[in-house]
Design a protein around this ligand. Structure first.
Ligand code: BG6
Ligand code: MG
Length: 221
């Protein structure tokens, strides 16, 4: 939503694909698993995995599987994917924060804007520590804090509550269709990072955080 004359006092960032390019590592780890199982999986399919939980991601991949998997097999596959993903995360360093992310958080903080991350990932805190962005945030809501992942608004609503703000006072920044939907359902203003054709419903879009100044990001909602 935009153009309603809202004053933005808090910004809630998605993590993977907005602050850090870990969306590529998720893709690589799932792709290796899908290839091992002989399941077709490409970047187009991967768009549907963005923002949703690990278990839901696996269910989406298995829609194209030629055979059925038991719950035990699925849980083993989800763990194997996470083990591989965590191997890939081991090399993450501050240089892996996406261009403009640190500057945006620093700029907003200097303006007194409250900052949170609202992520479906159970690895979010470790990632934020590795890229050295954790210290710039007032609160982190991750996949261990919520029972319903995006497109449910639970993560964003909890993040707003922890910031002491109402949804109408917060801007959600998201790169996933599921996250855009979660923001809208929660009553937030929503900024899409990426292709407007894939991120319908957002009030505005940017190709990346480096494309805006901090004051510009929160003005005019
Ligand atoms: C989201 C990603 O941030 O986290 C999803 O966009 C991912 O693709 C989800 O499935 C869960 O991540 P994790 O680290 O708990 O497997
Ligand atoms: Mg994301």
């Amino acid at each position: 939503m935009s153009g309603c004359g809202r004053i933005i006092r808090g910004v809630i960032f998605d993590l993977d694909g907005v602050l850090v390019s870990t969306d590529e590592m998720h893709f690589q780890a799932w792709k290796e698993l899908a290839d091992r199982e002989g399941i077709p999986f490409n970047r187009h399919d991967n768009e549907r995995l963005k923002g949703v939980s690990r278990a839901r991601s696996l269910d989406i991949i298995l829609e194209k599987a030629a055979r059925r998997y038991s719950e035990d097999q699925k849980s083993a596959m989800a763990s194997a994917k996470n083990d591989r993903y965590r191997e890939l995360l081991a090399v993450l360093a501050p240089r892996d924060a996406l261009v403009g992310a640190g500057e945006m958080l620093t700029g907003l903080r200097a303006m007194g804007v409250k900052l949170a991350v609202g992520s479906s990932s159970r690895n979010a805190r470790e990632i934020l520590r590795r890229v050295d962005l954790l210290r710039l945030l007032d609160s982190v809501v991750d996949g261990t804090d919520v029972s319903r992942s995006k497109p449910d608004p639970e993560a964003f609503l909890l993040a707003a509550a922890r910031l002491g703000l109402r949804p109408a006072e917060c801007l959600v920044v998201e790169d996933a269709a599921a996250g855009i939907e979660a923001g809208i359902r929660g009553g937030f203003s929503v900024l899409g990072i990426g292709d407007p054709k894939l991120l319908t419903g957002a009030g505005r879009w940017l190709s990346g955080l480096s494309k805006s100044g901090a004051a510009e990001l929160i003005a005019g909602w």
